[in-house]
Design a protein around this ligand. Sequence first.
Ligand code: B12
Length: 240
Amino acid sequence: MSRQEEIRAELFEHTLNGHAPEVKALTEEALLLGMDPMDILFKALIPSLEEVGRRFEKGDFFVPEMLIAARAMQGALVILRPLIAETGAKPVGRYVIGTVKGDIHDIGKNLCVIMLEGAGFEVYDLGVNTPPEKFVEAVQKHEPDIVGFSAFLTTTMPMFKANIDALSKAGLRDKVHIAVGGAPVTQEYAKHVGADSYAPDASMATRMAKQLVGDRSGPSKGAEALEQAVMKIDETLRKG
Ligand code: B12
């Protein structure tokens, strides 16, 4: 096994067990070895959080374990964020995004924000537990190309429909592309509620968004937004 493979495996284990100092040290070592930040994120950190979820489902993990694991991952994100920002391409359009009402999961959404900003989108992040009227207000105010709803609980997924209905009622439905995502969401569900697109991860969400808006350009505020995204992860995790 190469040292890079070992690092991925160790990052997976230490994130799973919430060992923040080890996760930080391994992330730094990985970067020194020239590993790609996206590789570290998508091949070690995210799979580990997925395993956390599986264990929670089986009853082997409880909320505190989920929280410590997420916190350990956050330590790595602090290091990775400026590097991911550097990979940012040409600026493209406006994106309003938020986690739906009743749901406080935001790591997945924040990763989308990181990547969208890195790709040059102007992102308006409405945070977590966002009621339909907040989405309507933001779409009216910012006139985004895309509005994205994030949900991580099967019980909050129906908020997609509530949000879409609220946009329709406000006469905005046809003025904005609606994207949905989050761990339990599927393409079928997205279609069922009348969303325009679904993406299983942040890179696909970004690729689809870029495709949708074409080649328009403008200034990128990537670094600043990445800072905010990571601070938000931090803030949420600290609240527990
Ligand atoms: C970390 C975590 C927590 C943390 C959240 C911290 C935070 N700040 O987000 C805490 C501890 C607070 C938490 C709480 C709870 N959680 Co929780 N949690 C998780 C866990 C382990 C990881 C979630 C995560 O962040 N994944 C990492 C990201 C990167 O996931 P991802 O899906 O790959 O994200 C990508 C895509 O979804 C996509 N995407 C995301 N949003 C969007 C939006 C758009 C527009 C697009 C296009 C794409 C997109 O891009 C993302 C990046 O690539 C999951 C397990 C899992 N495997 O998902 C459970 C999980 C989501 N939680 C679960 C549960 C039950 C809960 C609680 C109800 C537990 C409780 N009894 O209190 C509470 C709910 C609180 C609430 N009201 O929201 C269940 C949900 C079950 C279900 N089917 O509904 C899960 C699945 C665990 C399980 N297997 O049972 N949780």
